[in-house]
Write a protein that binds this ligand. Structure first.
Ligand code: GTQ
Length: 345
């Protein structure tokens, strides 16, 4: 690959004249925007310890009342993107949100899609599109683009959850905004009840329901049981993994980011091939060692790390006698829709 002309090779008055007309030469920047062979991601393998961040999150609970926060969140920011840009990867945002007993995070809706993975505490709930979704450890709750959502807490202990949003992408597209709303009326029907059995979907009259997001809450008891059953049914299978999908279409639960739960068998080492999307790993139960691009992270329960795209990831269950369970978020739906998805090796 030959060297291209640099900006300094051009007469300064020529460059000035171009710039006055809002013009720039491509060739000095061509290799930067189209690097040879593989992208040069800003996303750095990054680890966030729950034990380290938890006291700081509780301190935020003392320092900042809900009225001054609206959403009391510490953002898990990737230093490779600049901390203040609040990105875990190019398309993913991560935050740890705290709601104290009796608190209320008011209703709003916004263009970015969100999910919550519940980390600790009982008694809180999110109301999404009129559906009251109780929060228990390991549950996944969707708040897709445009749906009203608010968080409440009737319990006695702090509740913490991990927010995953496609905010960096939606913001980059200059399509990010929010609308404030009033407290929602709760409707009686619940998607997690209606769609509780795999392969069986409600059929009012003779046509199926056509809600774009029929299921908003995926209880951990169900996902965990599915993984254990799958592991027993397929003892020879390496990757014991389930996807969170839209039960009407079988497609991804949300349009931009993908969500999965993975079980590592006792002592198992699992090599994931390099793929174009960046990924986030969050331990729901047990422990996992991750190797990403020569970096080693030891994840205990509630710890989180991220991996850039085009990078193989190795996960190892650090327990020899217990399975470990990992929640994964990635950019696969986005890459597939845009036609840039690839697997290497
Ligand atoms: O709970 O609605 O972490 O609007 C960032 C933006 C959480 C939320 C975040 C949000 C929310």
């Amino acid at each position: 690959m030959h060297e291209l002309g640099r900006l300094e090779d051009l007469p300064p008055d020529y460059v000035d004249e171009l710039r006055k007309l809002n013009l720039v030469p491509l060739w000095p920047s061509l290799r930067a925007v189209l690097p040879p062979g593989k992208p040069r991601p800003n996303t750095k393998p990054t680890f966030w310890s729950y034990q380290a961040l938890r006291p700081l999150l509780m301190r935020a609970g003392e320092l900042t009342p809900m009225q001054k926060a609206e959403r009391r969140v510490l953002v898990l920011a990737n230093p490779g993107h600049g901390l203040d840009n609040m990105k875990a990867s190019a398309a993913m945002y991560l935050g740890m949100q705290l709601l104290l007993p009796g608190e209320w995070a008011p209703s709003h809706r916004h263009t970015p899609n969100a999910v919550r993975m519940i980390v600790e505490g009982e008694g809180a709930y999110t109301t999404v599109d009129g559906e009251k979704c109780p929060m228990s450890r390991g549950d996944l709750i969707l708040t897709p683009s445009g749906l009203w959502h608010e968080h409440g807490h009737d319990g006695t202990e702090p509740v913490v959850w991990l927010d995953v949003l496609d905010l960096p992408l939606v913001y980059y597209m200059e399509t990010s905004y929010a609308i404030e709303g009033k407290r929602q009326d709760v409707k009686p029907e619940r998607g997690d009840v209606a769609y509780a059995r795999g392969g069986i979907v409600p059929t009012p009259v003779f046509t199926r329901a056509d809600k774009p997001y029929p299921m908003l809450r995926y209880p951990w008891v169900e996902a965990r049981a599915a993984l254990l059953a799958l592991g027993t049914d397929r003892p020879g299978q390496d990757c014991v993994q389930v996807s969170y999908v839209n039960p009407e279409t079988g497609g991804y639960a949300e349009n931009i980011l993908g969500f999965y739960a993975l079980m590592l068998r006792p002592g198992q080492t699992l090599r994931l091939p390099a793929r174009s999307p960046a990924s986030v790993f969050h331990v729901i139960e047990g422990g996992a060692a991750a190797e990403i691009d020569g970096q080693h992270f030891n994840l205990a329960e509630a710890d989180t790390c991220c991996a850039p795209g085009y990078t193989p990831v190795t996960l190892r269950n650090t327990s020899a006698d217990q399975p470990s369970f990992v929640f994964i978020a990635d950019e696969t739906p986005l890459h597939k829709k845009l036609g840039v998805f690839e697997t290497r090796e």
